[in-house]
Design a protein around this ligand. Structure first.
Ligand SMILES: [Zn+2]
Length: 469
């Protein structure tokens, strides 16, 4: 029996967890807790939220920052018990209060060493179940009261949301089923929002030609405090926005479009170092800008191309991203490659002033630059779309990881020429890029002025930029 069986009883701020499994051999056995989670390439040491672990089989000894060891004397089921302190109310954490339960299994479920491919079942017993029970949102398969995952990897890529009432919309697009589900005041789950989601979903599926999964959930928690956070997963995304009394529509279309494109760009098309994810150590890679930059750039562009936002609104999103780079990080010392590696050091919090560039915003600038270079050379008959289609067929579909050099070579294949100077200047150095981007934007009828404004100067050229096929 290889299955890992988890039984979870949530109580406010706590997850009481039992893991039952049959060990595969006698002797010392190590149990790990992930030290990081997909979507944030930074050590988070979730083990700080566990005070102690016990078992039915004898003592469990803390043996490293995020691992415990027990002696196996007999091949028979072992039950391990512990409490996880669930008090991180964001999209990547776990949170339990009187009215809701949100669990990222990656935060809190121990797994036997090298057991990431073992099948899992999870049963969650809610306390004081109100009449009618809890409603849930989770991409795992359900069987009676259990959630089932074909592996620990799938389990920890599938967040779980439960509450007495979950708003839910369901629709079909391109042969797949989509849900928009979540918690919060009903007005945030408007028909207008659902229609916008349907539009960009349909557009992205047509842009990429196929969707890697059959069912996808946009999970949403509108929380009382000011908040803006989204985390991508293969079959879902979790988005947390607040406060409750603001108009969340514009943030939600931007966030939803961004997170959906991650189904291709990272969940399917993945850097070699991240395939598969090793949750027990920091995994250094220099291509974070490909994951977040292209997704940031295209996430906004899809809103325009699919008709969710008008041209003026798109130009303001584009200008916002350009300014976030040029005004904040334009004279930073690091290249994108260096800042990608440093994600693990200081990629998400404070860093030395003038040190870092953002893999999101400078990365988006690279994506824009590549899109425009390709469009210009091929008079809009090719664009960044051809790059992403080829990344999907060469790497994503084959479950093969890519390196930075693989990406360079593939883009040059689409471009039908060398981009050696581009890579050195835009990606591998910290040289200023205002002049270069200004020249390229002129090709699509845009004037990016010296004082940081963006004007349309040629409408037909700009219209061409809003299409990729
Ligand atoms: Zn992202």
């Amino acid at each position: 029996m290889r299955t890992l069986s988890y039984f979870i009883r949530p109580t406010p701020r706590a997850l009481n967890i039992e893991l039952t499994f049959v060990p595969s051999r006698l002797g010392a056995m190590v149990l790990h807790l992930p030290i990081w989670r997909p979507g944030r390439y930074q050590v988070q040491n979730f083990a700080k939220n566990i005070a102690m672990v016990s078992s039915s089989h004898g003592p469990v000894i803390k043996s490293d920052l995020s691992s415990w060891t027990l002696e196996v004397h007999e091949i028979k089921p072992i039950t391990v018990r512990y409490c996880y302190h669930a008090e991180q109310p964001d999209a990547g954490g776990s949170w339990v209060d009187e009215s809701m339960v949100y669990i990222n299994f990656v935060n809190c479920l121990l797994f036997p060493k090298r057991g990431e491919n073992r099948p899992c079942v999870v049963e969650i017993l809610h306390r004081n179940t109100p009449a009618g029970g809890y409603e849930t949102s989770c991409s795992l398969r359900t069987y009676e009261n259990q959630f089932r995952a074909k592996s620990y990897r799938e389990l920890v890529d599938s967040p779980y949301l439960a509450a007495p009432k979950i708003h839910s919309h369901r629709w079909k697009s391109g042969g797949a089923i989509f849900y928009l589900q979540g918690l919060g005041p009903k007005n945030h789950f408007s028909d207008r929002l659902v229609k916008a989601y349907q539009k960009f979903v349909e557009y992205q599926l047509a842009y990429m030609g196929e969707f890697p999964v059959r069912e996808y959930r946009f999970m949403l928690w509108i929380c009382p405090k000011p908040f803006y956070h989204g985390v991508e997963h293969t079959k879902s995304t979790m988005m947390v926005l607040g406060p409750e009394d603001r108009d969340s529509y514009e943030d939600l279309i931007g966030l939803g479009s961004h997170e959906l494109f991650h189904v291709w760009n990272v969940a399917t098309i993945r850097p070699k170092a991240l395939l598969p994810y090793d949750y027990t150590k920091a995994v250094i890679f220099d291509t974070g800008w490909i994951i977040e930059g292209i997704t940031t750039y295209l996430g906004d562009w899809f809103l325009w191309a699919s008709g969710v936002v008008r041209t003026a609104e798109y130009l303001s999103l584009l200008l916002g991203n350009l300014k976030l780079h040029f005004e904040r990080d334009g004279s930073s010392k690091q290249s994108l490659v260096e800042s990608s590696i440093d994600l693990w050091l200081d990629g998400y919090g404070a860093a030395l002033p003038g040190k870092r560039v953002s893999i999101y915003f400078k990365g988006a600038l690279i994506a824009l630059g590549l899109d425009l270079l390709i469009r210009k050379k091929f008079n809009h008959t090719k664009s960044l779309r051809e790059v992403m289609l080829l990344m999907q067929s060469r790497y994503g579909q084959l479950k093969k990881g890519y390196t930075r050099q693989d990406f360079y070579a593939l883009v040059e294949e689409v471009f039908e020429g060398s981009l050696a100077h581009f890579w050195i200047k835009w990606v591998e150095s910290a040289e200023p890029l205002e002049g270069d981007i200004r020249d390229l934007l002129a090709y699509v009828g845009l004037d990016f002025t010296q004082d940081g404004l963006l004007h349309c100067i040629h409408e037909e050229d700009l219209n061409n930029f809003s299409r990729a096929f």
